[in-house]
Every structure is written in C-alpha cells, then in structure tokens.
Design a protein around this ligand. Sequence first.
Ligand code: AMP
Length: 284
Amino acid sequence: MHLFRTVEKIKYHLVQQRKQGLSIGFVPTMGALHQGHLSLVKASLERNDLTVSSIFVNPTQFNEQKDLEKYPRTTSKDIDKLLRVGCHVIFFPEVEEIYPPGTTIKLPFTFENSSLTKVMEGRFRPGHFDGVAQVVYRLLDIVEPHRLYMGQKDYQQVQVVQSMIDQAGLTIDLEVCPIIREKDGLAMSSRNRRLDETLRPKAGIIHQTLNWTKETIQSYSLVELKARALKMLTIDGFNPEYLEIVDSNTLQPITDYSAHNEIVVCTAVWVGQVRLIDNLVIKF
Ligand code: AMP
C-alpha cells in the first residue's frame, strides 16, 4: 500500500499507474471510517485495478465551526482499516495541500440556478454543497479516477456531485453504493460515535420511521404522512429538522406520489447534539 500526503507525490505515482493502463477507482472520505466507507472501497476493489481512498476533513463544507472541530479524527486506525481491506493508495493531505494559500480553484460549474442545492441539506446547511463540490472537484483533478464511489447515505450529495460531473464534462462514472446500517437500522455514520449513550438505543427510530413512511404511503395524503412521520421522530432527545418526500432525480418535494416512478424520503434529525441524516428510496 502507498500512503501519500502531497499532491505532487500522489499525482506522480498515479501517472505511472495510468501509463500501464490500470483502471482507477476513487473513494473520498472524511475519515473515522466504518463499514459503510469500507463497502465503497470493496466495491471499487472489485471493478478497478487500483483503488485510491482519501482521508480529508474538508473545512469548506462545514457551515458551523464547532461541527468541524468536533468531527472525529482517527487517522492511524483509518489507515489500518484501509490496509486490511486491501486499498492500494491512501491520500491523506493537509488542508494547505488541497487549498494552497493564495490560490483560488477555478470551478467550471455553478449551483446558483440549480434547485438541487436549495432544498433539504442545502437549505439547512448554507454553503455546504459549494464546499462539497469544491473539494470533490479538487480531489478528482488530483486522482483522475475512472470511477468515483459514493454512498446513497448522502443522497443529495450524490445528485449534486453528478450534476457537477455533468457540468464540468468529466468522463468519470459515479457509482452509488447502498447504505450500510447497524443491526437496529441506524445508518452507519462517523457521527454516531458522538451519540449520547442514553439516546443511541433509541436511534433506530429514524430507519423505522422511513420504513413506516414507505409502507403507509398509499394510506394517507402526503401532507398527513409527513406530519405523522415527523411526530414519530419527535421523541425525547430527538428533534427532526426536516423530513421530505421528494422526486429522486429533481429532489423537489412531491405533491402526488402516483406521478413519480421513484421517490425518496430524506430526513435530518438532531439526536441530542448530533445531527444525523438518512433516507429511503421508494420505487413504484
Ligand atoms: P464521509 O466520510 O461521511 O464524507 O463519507 C464518505 C463516503 O462514504 C460518502 O460517499 C458517504 O456517502 C459514504 N458513506 C457514509 N456512510 C455510509 C453508510 N452508512 N453506507 C454507505 N456509504 C456510506
């Protein structure tokens, strides 16, 4: 396994690999790795000659400084996990490598007129997707992969990154991997380790509520369904920020489910001081 901390060194290494005709799969992460992240690495290992994973807590996608400071950092354990799963190349840069002081990255895309970034996470975390798109674009420019692996866990992020790839005219296939969950249905997340121990046993309610929404979608009006789902999530210590039933491509809230082939129920819930997101796709 190769570990790189500078742009220059990883670029040089990957140029050599590409010259030999090797296909490259790329898994960007912010570390504190769990089985969800590793499932992306495994998916990449299956289809590509070379798998590259990055560990970089991107400051520009945090809309709250406190959240950035509290983000778990477990790098040596992360490297160990990537090593054991068979990842070939790890990129673990300092902030200055990604954003060299005094330089600005020119971005060949904009979300100014895009409705994708105005709803849900975009609405409650202003600037978040600009930061995500900026770092993903920068990382793709460094790694130049053939395939990019991301999780359905961040459903809106996947759509935003696909839009970025399209707008920038990049020839990269975005592969979306299913959500890996704990036994009680809680979606694995680096933030779960910060959950209050009295609240953690109740956190399965998030997945239960999404399942309930899916199962009962034909029994209530969408307004009633949403109200009931939000109520289910409002238990002691839990505070849902939103629960939206949206078209899976446009991400806009729907008014009539029978007019859509595929919808997705997305939610963000504060569990004590920790904000968790989850979603469930419903196909008709
Ligand atoms: P993060 O480190 O949170 O930025 O996540 C890195 C990648 O792992 C993103 O593409 C996430 O969508 C994906 N990911 C995070 N949690 C999960 C999960 N529970 N199942 C599948 N993929 C996940």
